[in-house]
Design a protein around this ligand. Sequence first.
Ligand code: GLA
Ligand code: ZN
Length: 671
Amino acid sequence: MQKPFPSTILYGADYNPEQWPESVWQEDMRLMKVARVNIVTINVFSWALLELAPDEYTFGQLDRIMEMLAEHGIAADLATATATPPTWMSRMYPDMWPVTRDGKRLSYGSRQHYCPNSHDYRRKAGALVRRLAERYREHPALAMWHVNNEYGDHVKACYCDGCAVAFRRWLMARYTWLPELNDAWSTSFWSQRYFDWEDVMPPRLTPAGNNPGQMLDYQRFMSDSLLECYRLEANVLREVTPAIPITTNFIVAFKPVDYFSWARHIDVISFDLYPRNTTPPWENAFRHDLMRSLKNGQPHLVMEQTPGQLNWMEQNPHKRPGRIRLQSLQAVAHGADGVLYFQWRQSQGGAEKFHSAIVPHEGSERGRIFRQAAQPGAELERIAPDVVGSRIRAEVAIVMDWHNWWAVEYLPGPSDRLRYLEQVKRWYAALHGLNVAIDIVAPEHDLSQYRVVIAPLLYMLKAGVAQNLERYVTAGGTLLTTFFSGIVDEHDRVTLGGYPGELRKLLGIYVEEFDPWTEGMSNEVIIADEPLRGKYACDLWGEVVHLEGARALGVFARDYYAHGPALTVNRSGEGRAYYVATQVSDELASKLARMLCQQAGVELLMEVAEGVEVTRRARSDGRKVYFILNHNDSPAPVTLPQGRFTSLLDGLDFSEQLVIAGRDALILLEK
Ligand code: GLA
Ligand code: ZN
């Protein structure tokens, strides 16, 4: 895949000049130069301006925008405009309106008001994209295609009659004949047997809990339906402009869409980063690491972040001074090769008029937001030649699985307090505190490059996953998994013969009972041996665990399973498999993470004060770039690794000791 600019860190914003008279555009160009903008995303919500009536296209305004960008040396991330159909189209095709689970039709007048399985929507979207591609295929401003926008954001699933038909077709391809479907969904239960494909429905609102297999397949089907919409556009773009990279902006760890299955169809992974002011820095780090991992470490892009306040939270405080710069540099520190904002100029009207933008309502470059948003522009320009294309190499991975997420969170019992992403993030936080590089991978991913793999709450084992984990451990890997793992197969049917099912041998344990706790119930884990020796709080979940070859490192302190195993380790081949039978305190999770990394010989980049983050990107010439980010408000001492370093931001030389100011960042190239 060709990169839009081989030695540039992309820097820019969503740009919506159609909201402004053309007299304002020239001022935009001037201000973009001041802010060092080199790319803008345009045309995201312009369908109504491009197709005024059925098949009546007009591209005059977009031509002028593209021309202007080319003239000023600013690249276009050209959106396909399919995220919001024009009003006339919605009126013309009422079947296109999405339907909620409880049967309500969603009208137009906001955005994303289309059913992903609507034939009319797909046909009209495809036709528009072909026209755009053919018109701008040779245009000098065209650098990247931006397909649609945030798939699934507002319509996470549709339950209309058209979707029912498409769902049946999807199921037929997956199950070939009805008895197989009946078996997969366990329809002997509650008189749910299907006698005809026509009887199968989307899991609409029902008197009691829906069939879990049906719910799970519907999530898969919806993620695939949106992917079909994406691919329909991407196929046209690839055919007409094979050299132009294609992206679509993801919404981080977004439950409705299985990004692992999408990634191979996308050239550049990009996503929208909207933390709250209270979001801890490690959580943004997690988001980057997930995005970077989707294409095996290929640099990703932040497609949107806000320079100041948002508009869609209950209250929308501004980002505090210094934070947007740190957030931008953190993106690059975690492997991104571009940072863009939403949006360039703050809208005068519409639902986002109080969402901040680089150019505020006041209109000039004099305010705090403009200056703070523009600062990283100059800095990224300076560091780009030394950083672009360099890679993060991780020795540690966390397993994350969308199918498991869907299944865990549609459980008719045993606990509605299980939040899969929370479990993934807890272990991420524990590892992140050590300043090790972390990949986030699918359970079927080749794990051989990692020394430590943590697979929290892996309730569902799809076919082949247990074998993949076994292969990894026997070859010398260190695996940690946690409570309520190995329970069901890919159809959400319990694996019989004792929990944790297919993992029983690998973990060397048998879980006789799991015991989900109510709010306020808790226990403790007692560990006798160093380096973990001590007593640690635990909550959420307990288990009655029997050893079948594993050793108990920690036991429960109380209750009817007092002295029963809470933390175990089993040797298997050359490696070790750990199991944690409860939700342990942050303190124990951190210590465990450290112990596993040390035992497995994982390189910890630097020991630094809390709140200081260290990452490292390796260049193709072997030289390394260290990113040291102080998320604290106060200065912190840093001891550098052996060697001498040049600061890419200011050219100064450093070695041994230094002090990093509060909310500051250092980017150091090994000499
Ligand atoms: C999303 C959308 C943008 C804009 C921003 C506002 O990310 O993609 O169009 O609405 O939210 O935060
Ligand atoms: Zn539908």
